[in-house]
Design a protein around this ligand. Structure first.
Ligand code: BV8
Length: 239
């Protein structure tokens, strides 16, 4: 299957759904989930760290891991793949729904609007426990993590941790897009994390994968393009 065939599918499709994962940001310099563990966190499995249990067991270690990732993300720029998606959506209003597992905000920084961010945004925080009258997000006590100095409630990254449900309305919109698309582009994901990966299996339209490596979703694909997001998306999405 070649790029030309998929590009013809892009041109013919009225509704295109795009599902992206960590590989989308690899060429921007954001390590993928699988190879993100460096330094202090090298000995931890990210799926163990990205849980409420890990945070309650060792709040400062998990908070510092997120602070480390935030600093890394703040230093990088969206790549040609992010820009190609934003550009296509601008040129073809209403034809593309962008669904991402990424919490890095690079799609949004590239100019993509109405991004369905299934797993939240690493740049935002929220209260760990239901806030009480004393919990003022604008007057938190400094610390790793910051906290309420009246009741000790802690701030946590506004991301979806393993074992936590996805934001219901965002996921419902993503399911709608999957069920109404003529084509789904699945870019830079290993396809191992659910329910996000399930969207590629419930897509009504054709499924085309963009990934330099085999993925757990290749069996569900009509086309598998072994290439990178920043190199292939500009080609697939140019008019
Ligand atoms: C839930 C935010 C229930 C946090 C993340 C069904 C089957 C099995 C397991 C489950 C199931 N249903 C639920 C589960 C459990 C679990 C799960 O899926 N576990 C897996 C690992 C076995 N799912 C959950 O826990 C979900 N919640 O089910 O709640 C519930 C319901 C109601 C009430 C209570 C509970 C929540 C899942 C979300 C977790 N949060 N992120 C944070 O970031 O810190 S997931 C996180 O990991 C990312 O967001 C992403 O989703 C995932 C990483 O996957 P990828 O993005 O694919 O990245 P990866 O590194 O794996 O692969 C990169 C790929 O890119 C590779 O293929 C590589 O080849 C490619 N690549 C590299 N370079 C490039 C490239 N591609 C293109 N171009 C390049 N240049």
């Amino acid at each position: 299957m070649n790029t030309g065939q998929v590009r013809d599918w892009v041109r013919a499709a009225k509704h295109i759904a795009v599902l992206t994962g960590a590989g989308m940001s690899a060429e921007s310099g954001v390590p993928t989930f699988r190879d993100s563990q460096t330094g202090l966190w090298a000995k931890f499995d990210p799926q163990q760290l990205a849980t409420e249990e890990a945070f309650r067991a060792n709040p400062s270690m998990v908070w510092d891991w997120y602070a480390h990732r935030r600093q890394a993300i703040a230093k990088v720029q969206p790549n040609a793949g992010h820009r190609a998606l934003a550009g296509f959506a601008k040129r073809h209003a209403g034809r593309l729904t962008l669904i991402t597992q990424n919490v890095d905000g690079l799609h949004q920084r590239a100019g993509s609007e109405a991004v369905l961010a299934l797993h939240g945004n690493i740049a935002q925080d929220r209260w760990l426990d239901t806030p009480r009258a004393c919990c003022n997000a604008h007057a938190v006590a400094a610390g790793s993590p910051p906290y309420c100095d009246r009741c000790g409630n802690m701030r946590r990254p506004a991301v979806v941790w393993f074992g936590e449900p996805l934001p219901q309305s965002v996921f419902a919109q993503a399911e709608q897009a999957a069920q109404h698309c003529e084509l789904m582009l699945v870019v830079g994901t290993s396809g191992l994390v659910y329910p996000a990966a399930g969207l590629a299996r419930s897509a009504r339209g054709r499924v085309a994968i963009v990934n330099p490596e085999p993925t757990a979703l290749d069996d569900a694909a009509d086309a598998v393009l072994h290439g990178t997001a920043a190199k292939l998306l500009p080609v697939l999405l140019e008019d």
